[in-house]
Design a protein around this ligand. Structure first.
Ligand SMILES: Cc1cc2nc3c(=O)[nH]c(=O)nc-3n(C[C@H](O)[C@H](O)[C@H](O)COP(=O)(O)OP(=O)(O)OC[C@H]3O[C@@H](n4cnc5c(N)ncnc54)[C@H](O)[C@@H]3O)c2cc1C
Length: 445
């Protein structure tokens, strides 16, 4: 088969001028050289590209936003099916639903939904892909109020390994729909998603209180009080880290309150009463502005590693350990810890309701590190690999697949646990027995 005869989108190969841009992914640690990058113009092109890849026995990488931390959306010598021409979100304000194309970024969904006073809970950086985020779970600042992104997912349109187009929802292919919500990169190429939207006026109170690292334990106390007493309208994150290379380390609490400003003021008073913060940026702002606050600091082209864990508690001993480890962040890098409040709407869905595993936790916690100098690669990666080790005794079952930077070696089983893993294997045997979609946290058939 000659692909160009069946394909109306773009085809970029190693000799072409756009090749270096086309092969790049968000994490600049990843430097791979695919044989081809193709950008389908429609679903027929996706089917043609997949057929071509199978005939030529090319390794297949699928790309939406390109944010995969281990670089699953690119490969050496294979084909990248880059869905960036399949972007857009159509909102039905009457039904409160959105149909979102499989290459869309979070910004497109956020903006389309807010234009009708609606929202879908998604992640915190607007250039993340809807597909990768959703197929893994989707955490964000509205998660305690509205759940994970998959908890608002109504249906997925998928091109399967054998080139069929199918739909998965609670009514159509329900077992596939179960697996797509947490292990979704394994089962096909999602060309569209349908989401339930929620009424949301977009007026929120958001910001960060920053103190010197020495006050981390005091701040952690205020954070725990907020978690215990706060409503599901309130999302909070406790952090410690080096905010910019060479700057002194700090401790922070970030909040988003989506209730009235009077309620926000009342609920946040204790946090804000802690004397002499280095900064207090909490203020009312539009949700759409807030969704872009991290876009520039987390722009494409940086080097990145992380490790996360779900936790039952955040004891002082762990806060102290993390404060010590902040001083081990290699000079020249920005790194630290964050613990997000979990629970709320996330915990109202049964643990076995979706493939996603980790709903019983009280916190999601992560060590994350960003740097630019390739000479720091090993030091930074090894910091991230071990930084959350002290959290192990406090961990709850599951791992968030989208955070897992390690690859192979049975890691997928540790994400889902034995029972869910076996169920996912059975599903993989049904939908992708040849493991065409293997650039992911792989469920081996
Ligand atoms: C800066 C940054 C911020 C982040 N913030 C958050 C956050 O707030 N909340 C959160 O939950 N996660 C967050 N993440 C993690 C993010 O969810 C994952 O990295 C996710 O995989 C990214 O999706 P993507 O489409 O951008 O990535 P890609 O690299 O394009 O794809 C990721 C995986 O999904 C597969 N895939 C992509 N598109 C499709 C498709 N259409 N059909 C089938 N498979 C597909 C790919 O093959 C790959 O395995 C963040 C990551 C980064 C780098």
């Amino acid at each position: 088969m000659i692909l160009a005869d069946h394909f109306s989108g773009e085809i970029v190969g190693p000799g072409d001028p756009g090749y270096d841009v086309a092969r790049a992914v968000w994490n600049s640690m990843i430097d791979r050289r695919p044989a081809l990058v193709v950008r389908p113009a429609g679903v027929d092109d996706v089917v043609a590209a997949l057929r071509f890849a199978r005939e030529e026995e090319l390794l297949v990488a699928v790309r939406c936003g390109g944010h995969s931390i281990p670089g699953f959306s690119t490969c050496d010598d294979g084909i990248v099916i880059d869905l960036s021409r399949l972007r857009g979100a159509d909102v039905d304000p009457e039904r409160r639903t959105a149909r979102v194309l499989g290459g869309s970024l979070l910004a497109e969904l956020d903006e389309a939904a807010q234009a009708h006073g609606l929202v879908c809970p998604v992640g915190v950086v607007s250039h993340t892909g809807v597909a990768g985020l959703t197929l893994g779970g989707g955490m964000g600042r509205l998660q305690r109020k509205l759940g994970l992104t998959i908890d608002s997912l109504l249906a997925v349109e998928l091109v399967t390994a054998d080139g069929r187009t199918v739909r998965a929802s609670e009514d159509e292919n329900p077992e596939l729909f179960w697996g797509l919500r947490g292990a979704g990169a394994n089962y096909g190429i999602a060309t569209a998603f349908e989401f339930r939207l929620h009424p949301f006026d977009g007026r929120v109170t958001h910001g960060t209180v920053t103190h010197p690292l020495e006050r981390a334990e005091e701040l952690a106390d205020r954070f725990r009080e907020l978690v215990e007493d706060g409503p599901d309208d309130l999302w909070t994150s406790f952090g410690m880290g080096v905010p910019a290379a060479g700057r002194p380390p700090v401790a922070t609490v970030s909040v988003l309150h989506s209730g009235s400003s009077a309620d926000a003021e009342r609920h946040l008073a204790g946090l804000r009463a802690l004397d002499d913060p280095l900064e207090d940026s909490i203020e009312p702002k539009p949700y759409l502005a807030l969704q872009r606050v991290l876009d520039a600091p987390l722009e494409w082209g940086q080097r990145f590693s992380m490790k996360s864990s779900f936790l039952a508690s955040l004891p002082d001993s762990l806060v102290r350990d993390w404060a010590d480890r902040v001083s081990e962040v290699p000079a020249g890098a920005e790194g630290g810890f964050s613990a997000w409040t979990w629970g709320g709407a996330i915990a109202t869905v049964p643990e076995d309701g979706t493939a996603f595993t980790g709903r019983t936790a009280a916190f999601w916690a992560a060590a994350e590190i960003v740097w630019n100098d390739g000479a720091l690669d090993e030091a930074c990666r090894s910091w991230a690999r071990t930084a959350v080790d002290a959290a192990v005794p406090h961990a709850t079952p599951g791992r968030y697949v989208n955070d897992v930077a390690e690859v192979g070696g049975g890691v997928a089983r540790t994400i889902y646990g034995d029972a869910k893993y076996e169920r996912l294997v059975a599903l993989k045997r049904e939908w992708d027995p040849d493991n065409v979609f293997r650039l992911n946290q792989n469920i081996a058939p």
